[in-house]
Write a protein that binds this ligand. Structure first.
Ligand SMILES: Nc1nc2c(ncn2[C@@H]2O[C@H](COP(=O)(O)OP(=O)(O)OP(=O)(O)O)[C@@H](O)[C@H]2O)c(=O)[nH]1
Ligand SMILES: [Mg+2]
Length: 197
């Protein structure tokens, strides 16, 4: 997070992370189309629409005094490009973990979660994270509560979860609002602490 008191701008970074083909790119596209900015996403893709490096876009919100500038990225789910994932995650303020809720790929979600854990270690417990259990429109889904128990969600202080259908936008905006709330809560708390010191 960068707070520029001269320009009155707060810049934050959000990353969509998750296993291959879980719906990260679809989620960011749906989000940007909600803001009427779909053409503003930069996607670095292969010829078969798989993310090579990342998707990237910026949305800004403004009140009378401050501008909130949000940079949003997706990581690639392809292991061939694994090296790009920790780079994309640098200086992240909040993660939307897009899980693929199909039973047959349950393990893939766990592996992806463990990878995320390997990048952050214990500090992941303090990072704002929203879990998006995507592809809720499909049959044969696993139980999201079971997954949350499996990753020991109670260890994460700033975590929320939602069920999503990225292809029709269900839950996508709610996830985005969740992660913003979790990120800005943190900022507000820090402000309070610094003000009393
Ligand atoms: N049925 C269904 N399909 C979805 C949903 N979200 C995404 N998909 C489909 O899943 C496939 C992969 O979606 P992407 O958004 O490209 O997934 P990704 O996570 O960005 O994939 P990589 O970047 O290659 O890791 C596409 O065919 C999407 O149309 C959903 O909610 N329901
Ligand atoms: Mg993608």
């Amino acid at each position: 997070m960068i707070i520029d008191h001269v320009d009155k701008t707060i810049s934050i970074k959000i990353v969509y992370f998750g296993p291959a083909l879980s719906g990260k790119t679809t989620s960011i596209k749906t989000l940007f189309s909600h803001f009427g900015k779909e053409e503003k996403i930069l996607s670095i893709e292969s010829t078969v629409n798989r993310t090579l490096f990342f998707d990237y876009g910026v949305v800004s919100f403004q009140n009378q005094e401050w501008t909130l500038k949000i940079s949003i990225y997706t990581t690639t789910g392809q292991n061939f490009y694994l090296i790009t994932r920790p780079i994309t995650l640098k200086a992240v303020d909040g993660i939307i973990f897009v899980a693929d809720s199909q039973n047959k790929v349950y393990e893939r979600n766990l592996i992806s979660w463990k990878e995320l854990l390997s990048y952050f270690g214990e500090s992941l417990g303090d990072l704002p994270i929203t879990l998006a259990f995507n592809k809720q429109d499909l049959p044969d889904k696993f139980n999201s509560v079971e997954f949350l128990k499996k990753i020991e969600f109670h260890q994460y202080k700033k975590m929320s979860s939602k069920e999503t259908v990225a292809i029709n936008g269900e839950g996508i905006l709610e996830c985005f609002e969740d992660i913003l709330r979790l990120i800005l809560e943190k900022y507000y708390r820090h402000k309070l602490i610094s003000a009393t010191n």
